[in-house]
Write a protein that binds this ligand. Structure first.
Ligand code: GLY
Length: 566
């Protein structure tokens, strides 16, 4: 190559480099930008169906029903008919609210149902098979939301989902790995082999005719089909034949509940998140309010001091979570005290940048009570300006692994989110107390944190994630990434995450994504760093409203997540 050509190439290279840098910052990486409406979910098929519902004139609540049910088809790992979830909404007039369609304990449930005669936990009883199943809430939830706010006929919403189940979903590489990993569990849990126990490979197409039939019956007969109709009879019989205790009466009495979301301010943001029986909103409020007085942007993103202050606030909030939180219909939660400035200031008063506060010295705070892991999230903003944030789950990946072939869906293992035995950790290592003990018809404590953020009274963001106990800390880091560190939505969801949950006393970090020097300096201060436990922390999806009104979708590349809109 001639010298002149080399010089031209070098010059072009310099231009590209200088274009990539602005004020020493990489040019922001933005996700999908649309003018009017956006859906971001764990699967492209679900986001597309949600978008189509919006494009034909539906609103966010119509799109919720379509997206949720499409996830049950395309993402059986966490999308579901056999699970439950939470939805937080903000209408275009600023009105806010929340819907709880969490599973509940069956009528025959008892406090010690997972303990043997010596009081020890019976391995796997609350995590695998029919005894682990809570009464599902998803069908009730999507119908309740659509009935209250939706505008399209049910048929036009569910039809495309039925077509997807009949046409089939194409297996992705990540999906292939998950099917392979869980295959043994599928075979061990189910009496007969099941559709998903086949050796599915990437690019194979899975047709789900039985699920399509169930969805058709639900489309025709409404939620009663699932809770009182033929499907209810089949489901109760199936669960009992497999050793479970859910009856037709349990299904018939299930109701989704409207709740008042948790709201709090952080700087000039108003954060609207899920209230109990999720711990998400309260714990996030405690953590963010505890760190609000620190200049986080000055400390630097994922710097030693930033990680310290956040981890210490998380440690204290998770200690409170364990003690105080549960189903508000069954226990009294000192909610306003737990998120009050004075209480949180007191909780952080022994924090020091010099060294870690050992969790053994942190218990729940003293509050006077007056009175005697795998999930999926989607965010939707519609062309009318309504926003919803929905997190839904079977609890573990594919829930209890029990699959009702006749109806075509997996059943949750949400009963493990109760504290089976106070002081003994669940699948997420979370320790629970009396507040979250099992009682008939009680809802188990959750970490799901579907969240909407306002800035100066205007919609700013809809965000959430799966990840069990790490949900709360993933969501709040994403909000801080945008607010404190000026990241785009896509950058904010992709950024490396860490997590502290009081016990075990360690900071979990996504492996090889944190500066080694930072890790060393944290260790010197007494923190235990665990880069092995969680290869990924959260798969965050969100939508950010830019000042010019355009929408940016942040679809986390840790999953197969995708944004779609117009
Ligand atoms: N099953 C996970 C959660 O509800 O937090």
């Amino acid at each position: 190559m001639k010298l002149k050509n080399i010089a031209i190439l070098f010059f072009l290279f310099l231009i590209i480099i200088s274009c990539k840098k602005q004020n020493n910052k990489q040019v922001p990486v933005r996700g999908l930008i649309t003018e009017k409406a956006m859906v971001v979910s764990a699967r492209a098929e679900a986001s597309k169906i949600g978008k189509q519902i919006l494009a034909q004139g539906g609103n966010a609540f119509d799109a919720m029903m379509a997206t949720d049910l499409a996830l049950a088809v395309a993402y059986p790992y966490a999308g579901n008919l056999g699970g439950g979830g939470f939805m937080v909404y903000r209408l275009n007039n600023g009105e806010i609210g929340a819907l709880d369609y969490r599973e509940k304990a069956p009528l025959a449930a008892t406090k010690n149902m997972y303990l043997d005669s010596l009081g020890n936990i019976i391995p796997e009883l609350s995590t695998r098979g029919a005894m682990a199943v809570g009464v599902p809430g998803t069908v009730a939830g999507v119908f309740e939301a659509q009935k209250k706010f939706g505008i399209l006929p049910i048929e036009s919403i569910i039809k495309p989902v039925i077509n997807l189940a009949k046409k089939g979903i194409v297996v992705t590489k990540k999906q292939e790995a998950r099917f392979t990993e869980k295959r043994e569990d599928f075979l061990k849990t189910n009496k007969d082999t099941i559709l998903f126990a086949k050796h599915w490979k990437a690019k194979d197409t899975i047709v789900q005719n039985n699920l399509a039939n169930t969805l058709s019956a639900i489309m025709k007969n409404g939620p009663d089909e699932f809770y009182k109709g033929t499907s209810a009879k089949i489901l109760a019989k199936f669960i009992q034949e497999n050793g479970g205790i859910i009856t037709e009466k349990d299904l018939a009495s299930y109701k989704a509940n409207w709740r008042t979301p948790i709201t709090f301010n952080y700087d000039d943001l108003k954060i609207i998140s899920m209230s109990p029986p999720s711990s998400g909103g309260i714990a996030m409020a405690q953590i963010l309010k505890s760190v609000e007085s620190f200049n986080l942007s000055k400390l630097g993103h994922n710097s030693t001091e930033f990680i310290q202050v956040l981890a210490e606030a998380e440690r204290r909030a998770y200690a409170d979570r364990s003690f105080y939180l549960g189903d508000p219909d069954f226990i009294k939660i000192p909610q306003s005290k737990l998120i009050s400035d004075a209480y949180l200031k007191d909780r952080m008063k022994n924090f020091s940048f010099e060294k870690a506060t050992p969790s053994s010295t942190v218990s729940h705070g003293n509050v006077d009570i007056i009175e005697s892991d795998e999930t999926t999230h989607y965010s939707i903003i519609d062309q009318f300006g309504n926003a919803i944030s929905v997190t839904t789950t079977l609890n573990s990946g594919y829930g209890s692994k029990l699959y009702c072939e006749e109806l075509g869906f997996f059943l949750n293992n949400e009963m493990d989110d109760f504290s089976s035995k106070p002081g003994v950790p669940n699948v997420y290592g979370l320790i629970g107390a009396e507040a979250n003990a099992i009682l008939p018809e009680k809802r188990m404590l959750s970490s799901m944190t579907p969240t909407i953020v306002e800035k100066n009274g205007k919609l700013l963001m809809s965000v959430g994630t799966p990840g069990g106990s790490t949900i709360i800390t993933s969501v709040l880091q994403t909000i801080l990434n945008v607010h404190e560190f000026n990241m785009t939505m896509q950058e904010a969801v992709e950024a490396a995450r860490f997590h502290h949950q009081w016990l075990p006393d360690e900071i979990r970090m996504e492996p090889n994504r944190f500066n080694k020097k930072t890790i060393k300096s944290l260790e010197k201060k007494g923190y235990i760093i665990n880069e092995e436990r969680s290869p990924v922390i959260g798969i965050v999806d969100g939508i950010l409203v830019w000042p010019d009104g355009t929408l940016e979708g942040g679809a986390d590349s840790r999953g197969d997540d995708a944004a779609d809109g117009f």
